[in-house]
Every structure is written in structure tokens, then in C-alpha cells.
Design a protein around this ligand. Structure first.
Ligand code: SF4
Length: 223
């Protein structure tokens, strides 16, 4: 069984609640979505067997917080993930899953071996795609069995209605989860600032703990 992997590297986590933690990143190739703001245009990959990836991860000798399975969309490779998670879990590593929050059936098969889930919320007004709320709801119900925080990209085009939808969903399914608002790195940050402050205030008032965290790795110029 093989998976297409674009890169394996160590760095610090550049976004979300685990900002600054040292991680080993395994970036899977390919995605089931096509967001307008996507910054992960992958054009090459190497095929790995689970055991081959495990051997490569073992080469990283320094202490690290967790292994980040990212993409693309890692859950496209659920069978492969089941195998590699068994191997790395056997060495005591923590597993951090970065996902677009749509493949709930695949998550269900792996949830027992995942420690932390960074789940994207794809606001239709931000992504330029259709409505994915029905998938996000099913996904969050599974993810809530473990530690999960949610992350939404905020653009100039983002509607307040999408924020309200997200807040309602979090309150209903996983009220203790934190919502991270992440400004689109490709847009003027000064222009986005007022919207981010307003959205944070609205969400907090509605009872969902919300913070604004930009992508620090891009500001620092690291991977
Ligand atoms: S889900 Fe992530 S990797 Fe997939 S298209 Fe959207 S931004 Fe890109």
C-alpha cells in the first residue's frame, strides 16, 4: 500500500493553536477540494510504503512535539494513515492531523490514533466553492471525540453569515473548541483587520472562544 507524499521535513508549526511547536511535517499530495486561496499547489510527490515513511521519520533525532499529517488532504490516504499511525504511535509520538474537515467517514476509521485535530472550516464566501456545512457537521461530531480546534480563512469576500453558521455549529456540537480566524495571507492585512476584530467579537459574544492568528511561517519566511 503506497501513498503519494510531497515532502517530509521538520519545522515549527506556523498557524493555529500549536503555533511555534516543533513538528515533523508529512505533506500528502492531492486534495478533494479546490479553494480559491489555496497556497499548497503541489506538483511532485514520492510514493512511500508506510514502513518507508516510518524509517524516514526515525531519522529526526531532535525532540519534537508531534507529527503533523498535512496536505493536500491527508485523509485521502486513510488506509496508509492507519498503518503509519500504528508504527509511529508505537514509538510514543503524538499525531496532529491538519484537515479540510470533510472526509468524516475516513476520520472515523482513524480517530482512535489521532491526538489533535486542526480542522478547517470552508466558508463558501471565502473559498468560492459550494456549501460544505453538512460535511463539516458530520466531521466535527467525529473529531469532537478528541482535541479539536477549528480554523477559518477570512478574506475580504467573507460574509458574516458564514461566521454565524460556524459559531452555531461549534456551539451545538463541540462548544469547548476554539475557533481560529486566520487572515488570508495574500490580501492586504490592514484592510482585513477591522473585519477580523468584528468577527472575533461576534463569535466571543455568542459564546465561542475565538482568536485571530495569522500564518507566522509566511511572515518569518520559513516552511
Ligand atoms: S483544502 Fe487546503 S489543500 Fe485543499 S484546496 Fe483547500 S486550501 Fe488547498
Amino acid at each position: 500500500m503506497k501513498a503519494r507524499i510531497a515532502e517530509v521535513f521538520d519545522s515549527i508549526q506556523g498557524e493555529g493553536l500549536y503555533l511555534g511547536e516543533k513538528q515533523i511535517f508529512v505533506r500528502f499530495f492531492n486534495c478533494n477540494l479546490s479553494c480559491s486561496y489555496c497556497d499548497t499547489k503541489l506538483d511532485r510527490f514520492t510514493e512511500y510504503e508506510p514502513r518507508e515513511l516510518f524509517e524516514e521519520i526515525k531519522l529526526y533525532r531532535d525532540k519534537f512535539h508531534s507529527i503533523s499529517f498535512t496536505g493536500g488532504e491527508p485523509l485521502l490516504y486513510a488506509d496508509f494513515l492507519r498503518e503509519i499511525l500504528k508504527l509511529t504511535g508505537g514509538r510514543g509520538h503524538r499525531h496532529y492531523l491538519e484537515t479540510n474537515g470533510t472526509l468524516f467517514f475516513e476520520l472515523e476509521r482513524l480517530i482512535d490514533r489521532i491526538d489533535i485535530i486542526a480542522m478547517d472550516l470552508k466558508f463558501p464566501s471565502s473559498t468560492g466553492m459550494g456549501n460544505l456545512w453538512h460535511l463539516h457537521k458530520k466531521f466535527l461530531k467525529v473529531a469532537a471525540k478528541k482535541e479539536v480546534f477549528l480554523k477559518a480563512i477570512i478574506c475580504q469576500a467573507t460574509h458574516e453569515e458564514d461566521l454565524k453558521q460556524a459559531v452555531g455549529m461549534i456551539k451545538e456540537i463541540s462548544p469547548a473548541s476554539v475557533l481560529v480566524l486566520q487572515p488570508n495571507s495574500y490580501e492586504n492585512q490592514a484592510v482585513l483587520r477591522d473585519k477580523l476584530c468584528k468577527f472575533k467579537e461576534l463569535a466571543n459574544q455568542a459564546g465561542v472562544t475565538t482568536c485571530v492568528i495569522p500564518q507566522i511561517h509566511k511572515i518569518m519566511g520559513i516552511r
